[in-house]
Structure formats: C-alpha cells, structure tokens
Design a protein around this ligand. Structure first.
Ligand SMILES: *[C@@H]1O[C@H](CO)[C@@H](O)[C@H](O)[C@H]1NC(C)=O
Ligand SMILES: *[C@@H]1O[C@H](CO)[C@@H](O)[C@H](O)[C@H]1NC(C)=O
Ligand SMILES: *[C@@H]1O[C@H](CO)[C@@H](O)[C@H](O)[C@H]1NC(C)=O
Ligand SMILES: *[C@@H]1O[C@H](CO)[C@@H](O)[C@H](O)[C@H]1NC(C)=O
Ligand SMILES: *[C@@H]1O[C@H](CO)[C@@H](O)[C@H](O)[C@H]1NC(C)=O
Length: 369
C-alpha cells in the first residue's frame, strides 16, 4: 500500500505502468484534487519530532512501552486513548489550528485515509525519538525526514510548512545511560549541530517554504524532576541545560536564516516558565513577557503547577501503570484542566491550549510573510 501511494505521488509514472495509471485516475477522481502531490494548493503541515508532537505514530506495543494508547491517556479528548501523550490534544493539534488546518494524519495511521485529508500534510513525530538515536526503537529526526521524502518522492511540498519539535529525549537518554547530568550538558553541542543539519535539509533539500522549530521547555520543571522536591521547585541544573540548548539553537538559526525568512523559533520556554515557575526567572528568552500577564499568573493554581494530574505510586513507575490484577498503580486528579502537567514529562491539554494562546498570532504573522 505504501509503495502504491508512493508511485501515485510520483510526478512521472514508470513507463508502461498502465494499471497504476488507471488507479491513479480513479484516485484523482475520488480525491477531487488535481492529482499533484501538493494537493489543491491549500496549506500543508509536515510534523517531525517526539512525544510533544506525536498524534499516534508510536504504534501499540503494550501498556508500559506505549502508554499513550492506554487509559487514562486521552480521557479529556477525545475520551479515549489515541496515542497522544496527554489527557487530550498536544502541540501538533494547536499548531495545526494556528496554521488554519485540521491536524494532519499520523503516518502510522495513514492507511485508508481519504486523499483530501492526506493532502493536508502528515505527522511523522514519534514519542521517544531524538535528533540522534536515543537507544529506544523510534525513528530519529533524520530518519523521519527520510520517511517523509520516501513518502512524497518527486513532489515538492509547495506551500509546505514544517513543524520540528525536539523536547529533550537526546538528553534524557544520556542521563539514563550514564546517570550524569554533566554528560548531558556536554552533549548539547552535538544535538544542536544535528538539529541544524536537519533544519538546513528541510529548507535546502526538501524545499519547505516555512519551518517552525520549538525551543526547549524548562526540563527541570517537569514532574520527573520536581517529584524529588515534593513538587515545590524546579531542578536548576536541568533548567540550565534547557537554557544552554536554547542559546545554541538561537545562534544556529541566526546563522542559518539571518532575516527570519524560513525559520520561526517557536518559543515554548517563555510561556512554560510563565505558567509554572513564577519564582525562577530564566536566563533564556530575554524578557519573558508572558510571565507579566496576569492571565498567565493565575491560569494554573500554584500548588498544582509542578504536580502532575496523573501520578504513579512509585517514582520509577508511570502514569497508566497497573499491577497484574489490573489494579491502578497511579492516582488521577479530578480536574486535569487545573494542572499544567499531565504525567511526569508531558503537559495537559489545558497547558498546551494556554501555551498556544501565546503563539497563535506569531505563527499567523510568520506564515503570512
Ligand atoms: C538516525 O537513524 C538512522 C536510521 O536508523 C541511522 O542510520 C542514523 O545513523 C541515525 N542518525 C543519527 C544522527 O543518530
Ligand atoms: C546517580 O548519581 C547520583 C549522584 O550523582 C546518585 O545519588 C545516584 O544514586 C545515582 N543513581 C544511580 C542509579 O546510579
Ligand atoms: C509535600 O508537600 C505537601 C503539600 O503540598 C505536604 O503536605 C507534605 O508534608 C510535603 N512532604 C514533604 C516530605 O515535605
Ligand atoms: C529574528 O528572530 C530573532 C528571534 O527569534 C530575533 O532576535 C531577531 O532580531 C530576528 N531578526 C530579524 C532580522 O528580524
Ligand atoms: C521587557 O519588555 C518590555 C516591553 O516589551 C519593556 O518595556 C521592558 O523594558 C523589558 N524589560 C527588560 C528587563 O528588558
């Protein structure tokens, strides 16, 4: 099926592929488009990255490895698990909405999806992945772009917008392997260099017109770190790592695209910090204007800001964990919309919605230039 789709999308069909040609005509008619891979000229969003952006690519490999396919994930929206690492919508959903299109289909779920929907782009992001290999089984960033290119062979994504989301798995993998935050710090230049190469590739090889790339949220404020502190504060070393990564990313973009023509640095760090960490101003993001708005200050009650809605009983357990008898090994809050974090590393839908309020206009302006 994938091979057939690829063939269909090729501009020049292999000679004598009469049967394919026939199929192509049929599909063009049913899709109602012009048959080109760029759809009907409408906007397209191509998404690459990790669990902050994944909308179903992780597949279902069982509760522990792919918890996003199990209860209680998805309980707010759409009231069942969909492979999103949240109680509901994730970053991709809100960026798509800011771009003015429906959420693009996840690559893994593309089969049987009508051509008109596929013409809106596709999501290749997969939970657990990094710029480089993280030692799990997920496609790294460059492999995701390879897959995208194979999928759309011969087609330039005219009018295409890419979203690139890197949320720290490269660093988590190093910490897990070496139990050393200094090793993770030392890894930052390597990760950012790898990211730069993929960003350059999206513009120069793939021909993306616009590329939105997120900076790193304050990792030390995720419940993964704050749990040890009884949810009373953030881990300063992990936060310094985020700042260092963001500084490096800023200079990469300044060198790659001095006029900000192709790339938009989507600042997640400032609104995350504003919503969860009033007392720990960050050295990143010059001014943190989001922090000064009173809406930001009161959106999530202080005592819940660093505490996840879904909390495993044990620090090395996970949200959604059950014992052999199916008994829950986690607690679940009653009001996920009061929490910024859903589980040990992922925001709630309410958090993403609040963060998206701070960037909607920025994305809109960027795409209209
Ligand atoms: C990314 O994954 C591909 C395919 O598995 C692998 O060949 C490549 O070495 C990886 N790249 C990095 C930078 O880890
Ligand atoms: C990791 O390192 C910290 C101190 O650097 C130490 O307290 C902790 O026990 C180590 N954990 C493991 C699993 O080795
Ligand atoms: C953790 O914080 C809660 C209130 O948020 C408090 O009741 C509890 O005593 C604290 N525990 C420790 C070990 O500080
Ligand atoms: C490009 O964007 C960055 C922020 O990401 C900003 O600091 C810089 O001034 C912008 N450059 C131009 C030429 O607008
Ligand atoms: C922060 O930004 C506001 C307006 O954007 C400006 O008036 C203020 O001087 C800035 N503060 C600092 C410390 O840069």
């Amino acid at each position: 099926m994938a091979a057939m789709e690829d063939s269909i999308r090729r501009r020049t069909l292999p000679a004598a592929a009469a049967i394919l040609l026939l199929l192509r005509l049929v599909l063009v008619v049913t899709a109602g488009g012009d048959g080109s891979c760029s759809g009907n000229g409408g906007r397209q969003l191509w998404v690459f990255g990790d669990s902050y952006a994944d909308t179903g690519n992780l597949g279902n490999l069982g509760r522990e490895l792919t918890r996003a396919w199990y209860d209680p994930y998805g309980r707010t929206f759409p009231r069942r698990p969909t492979g999103r690492f949240s109680d509901g919508r994730v970053l991709t959903d809100f960026v798509a909405s800011a771009v003015g299109i429906a959420t693009p289909v996840a690559y893994k779920l593309r089969r049987g999806v009508p051509g008109v929907l596929l013409a809106r782009g596709m999501n290749f992001a997969v939970g657990g992945s990094g710029v480089l290999d993280t030692g799990y089984f997920q496609r790294n960033l460059s492999a995701q772009i390879d897959l995208f290119q194979a999928h759309l062979r011969g087609c330039a994504p005219a009018g295409g917008v890419a979203l690139v989301v890197v949320s720290g798995n490269d660093y988590a993998a190093v910490v897990e392997k070496d139990n050393s935050t200094s090793a993770a710090m030392a890894y930052i230049p390597t990760v950012v260099r790898g990211l730069r190469e993929q960003l350059r590739r999206l513009r120069d090889e793939v021909g993306m017109r616009k590329v939105v790339v997120t900076n790193l949220h304050p990792m030390g404020c995720t419940p993964f770190f704050t749990r040890k502190l009884n949810y009373s504060g953030c881990d300063p070393i992990a936060n310094a790592g985020s700042d260092k990564h963001n500084e490096a990313l800023r200079s990469v973009l300044a060198a790659l695209d001095p006029d900000n023509r192709t790339f938009l640095l989507l600042d997640l760090h400032t609104p995350f910090t504003g919503f969860i960490d009033d007392d720990h101003p960050s050295s990143s993001s010059s001014n943190a204007s989001a922090r000064s708005s009173s809406k930001t200050k009161t959106r999530f009650p202080m005592r819940l800001r660093l505490r996840p809605c879904c909390e495993s009983f044990s620090a090395d357990g996970y949200c959604g964990q059950q014992d052999d008898a199916g008994k829950r090994l986690y607690t679940l809050c009653d009001e996920p919309e009061q929490h910024f974090y859903w589980d040990d590393v992922h925001p709630t839908q309410a958090a993403w919605a609040a963060v998206a309020d701070t960037f909607r206009a920025t994305i809109h302006d960027f795409l209209s230039t």
